[in-house]
Design a protein around this ligand. Structure first.
Ligand code: 5AD
Ligand code: SF4
Length: 479
């Protein structure tokens, strides 16, 4: 058995500790000569699960490894370094990762020099680290979301001592600037505006895995966005677990509304942001969106539940009425806005009547799309300690009922689009039909149409001809 070196291990207690304030540091690229020689021209593979924050982390890790002289590959069997970048938000995300780690047993048997690393939100949890150390002896390195900056330090140690390493700092989290980055796409980019979350919704693991909420400086964000605009990027998404509280910790009066206004003024064709928190969403933001035509007319506004008692149990700090009032205020100023949301069905002890209130709210908002989930208990969160009297089968039944109710609105909205012409950002050749291209409108409806591959990454005009529930069919409009 190889020795395990625990450089730092996570602790829920210190992850909950929010007393320290965050610092901004510069990235320090520190490979030894031995590391540089070892990894030059070697191949790396990264598989990312979960949200956009993880996708952005993948780009940073790709940047660091590329700087080491490595080359990215898309087949794990060809890799010298493989990283699984994990998500902990629901149990099914974790189960997928265990399956993938298992698959590496035979890959490592064939390629003994492969370095297998696991990072991301799952690794922020001590019980998961213990399970991986025990069940998967071929996993070499585990590191946390705050330790991406330490990737090269870990590789230095690995080439020197060849032990197994665990490096997970449960801390407030620093803001690291000047991180290398190799973006996955050349026309669409994510830009972090803040990290972490201070909301502590009772079902959610994120405040423990990603640390205290901390905002990047407005100057750094504008610099990064300006570079992307200069490179010709078509769409930028500003990222934060709660974008609406951006700037609170900067204590210099900067708000999300100021930031959004200045970023939009840089003039990229499309700008959007994720994720909004209803009771932090300010009227000034509505005005800024109304003012800038390049801010997409699509708002992801997670509601989670339409029942005030469940919202309270979730520690969501708004009522159903306040949420509906916000939607109304936005619609009054921006009538064309499309709304999407996140909903959790089957929070512990949710009654059928409380569930029906969620359907009622959804029908009032007329969402154009939604991400719906069955509640999944997360170890260490307050909700996971609640004894639950609702069976899983009942939750599945409610989940299906909600989806079929919401689909009526999705169909209605998309039906209204038929016959009209929209600007579409072309993403790829359609996965289902190689003859077609796929892209999406500014209200995030997927459109398939005939076109040339050279259009990928560009905005084109498409007239919608048919509606197929989760996608539309259209034809190119020549200008
Ligand atoms: N169970 C189910 N869904 C969850 N989400 C977060 N935590 C859980 C959980 N424990 C959902 C929320 C959140 C989205 C990203 O994931 O709806 O908005
Ligand atoms: Fe989780 Fe709530 Fe923070 Fe979103 S706002 S990341 S759901 S704790």
């Amino acid at each position: 058995m190889r020795k395990v070196e625990f450089i730092e291990v996570p602790s829920l207690v210190s992850a909950r500790n929010r007393r320290d304030s965050s610092v901004t540091i510069k990235y320090n690229f520190n490979p030894t000569l031995k590391t540089l020689a070892y990894f030059k021209d070697k191949k790396f593979f990264i598989r990312t699960y979960g949200c956009q924050a993880n996708i952005r982390d993948e780009e940073v890790m790709s940047g660091i490894l590329t700087k080491l002289g490595m080359v990215k590959v898309y087949d794990e069997k060809l890799a010298d370094v493989a990283i699984l970048n994990t998500c902990a938000v629901r149990e099914n995300a974790e189960d997928k990762v265990y399956g993938q780690i298992g698959d590496f047993k035979s890959i490592k048997a064939k390629n003994k020099n492969l370095i297998l690393m696991i990072c991301g939100c799952m690794i922020e949890q001590k019980h998961i680290i213990d399970k991986i150390l025990d069940k998967f002896p071929f996993v070499d390195i585990m590191f946390g979301t705050h330790n991406i900056k330490d990737l090269v330090t870990l590789l230095n140690k690995y080439v020197d001592e060849n032990k197994r390493y665990v490096y997970v700092s449960s801390e407030v989290g620093a803001i690291v600037e000047d991180l290398p980055s190799k973006r996955l796409e050349s026309y669409r980019a994510y830009v972090n505006i803040s990290y972490g979350c201070d909301k502590f919704c009772t079902y959610c693991i994120v405040p423990y895995t990603r640390g205290k909420e901390r905002s990047r400086s407005k100057e750094e964000i504008l610099k990064e966005c300006k570079e992307l605009v200069d490179k010709g990027y078509v769409e930028i998404t500003l990222l934060g677990q709660n974008v609406d509280s951006y700037g609170k910790d900067l204590k210099d009066g900067t708000t999300f509304a100021n930031l959004l206004d200045e970023v939009a003024s840089l003039g990229m064709p499309r700008l959007r942001f994720l994720t909004s928190y209803p009771s932090d969403f300010k009227n000034e933001v509505i005005d800024v969106i109304a003012k800038h035509k390049n801010i997409m007319r699509y708002l992801h506004l997670p509601v989670q539940s339409g029942s005030n008692s469940i919202l309270r149990a979730m520690n969501r700090r708004y009522t159903k009425e306040e949420y509906l009032d916000l939607v109304e205020r936005i619609r009054t100023k921006i009538p064309e806005m499309a709304f999407s949301t996140d909903i959790i069905v089957g929070f512990p002890n949710e009654s059928y009547e409380e569930f029906l209130e969620t359907i009622d709210l959804a029908k009032k908002v007329h969402y154009t799309s939604a991400f719906t989930f069955i509640y999944s208990p997360r170890v260490g969160t307050p909700a996971a300690k609640i004894e639950d009297n609702v069976s899983y089968d009942e939750k599945v039944k409610r989940f299906k009922e909600l989806v079929s109710e919401m689909e009526k609105d999705f169909i209605y909205f998309a039906d209204q689009m038929v016959g009209k012409t929209y600007e579409v950002l072309v993403e790829e050749v359609s996965k289902k039909n190689k003859e077609l291209l796929s892209g999406y409108t500014e209200n995030l409806k997927v459109v398939h149409f005939k076109g040339d591959e050279s259009m990928i990454g560009k905005l084109v005009k498409v007239k919608i001809t048919e509606n197929h529930l989760y996608s539309l069919i259209g034809e190119l409009v020549n200008e």
